[in-house]
Design a protein around this ligand. Structure first.
Ligand SMILES: [Cu+2]
Length: 147
């Protein structure tokens, strides 16, 4: 009668090992981040070479009759030429976000769209206009210079 608990314990340990092995199989599928680390290395190289700028811009349209583009949290007025990630927050289903300038004519969000959308834009020297198409005439637009 004294042996039964021991056998039960061994069985429990064996089961436990089996579960661990299955869990290990699941983790082996996470090899897709390799591409991202390559991209990071490239952008670091670009910065060090002193060539074209790259960075982030933030656009916002709505919820009122307001539209803006910011860089580093401040109103973008002068931006260096280069490739940028432009993240637009569209806060209303009555406004869109449209960027127009040298080499770019992109409606990032549509009028009915609400939410965040991120695109990559290549900015060349010149004047860029961002606007809400239905309300540009009411002043829902702005510009920034790319140098
Ligand atoms: Cu609008």
């Amino acid at each position: 009668m004294g042996r039964t608990p021991t056998i039960a314990l061994l069985a429990a340990i064996a089961l436990g090992l089996g579960v661990s092995a299955c869990g290990g199989d699941d983790e082996s599928g996470a090899g897709e981040t390799t591409t991202e680390s390559t991209t990071t290395t490239e952008s670091t190289t670009t910065t060090e070479s002193g060539g074209a700028a790259s960075g982030e811009l933030e656009g916002e349209t709505g919820p009122g009759f307001e539209i803006e583009v910011k860089q580093n949290g401040e109103d973008a007025e002068s931006v260096k030429a280069g490739t940028y990630t432009l993240k637009v927050e569209d806060k209303s289903d009555m406004h869109n976000f449209h960027l127009i300038g040298p080499g770019v004519d992109e409606e990032v969000t549509t009028v009915s769209f609400v939410g965040d959308k991120t695109v990559t834009v290549t900015l060349q020297p010149g004047t860029y206009t961002y606007q809400c198409d239905p309300h540009a005439a009411q002043g829902m637009k702005g510009t920034f210079e790319v140098t």
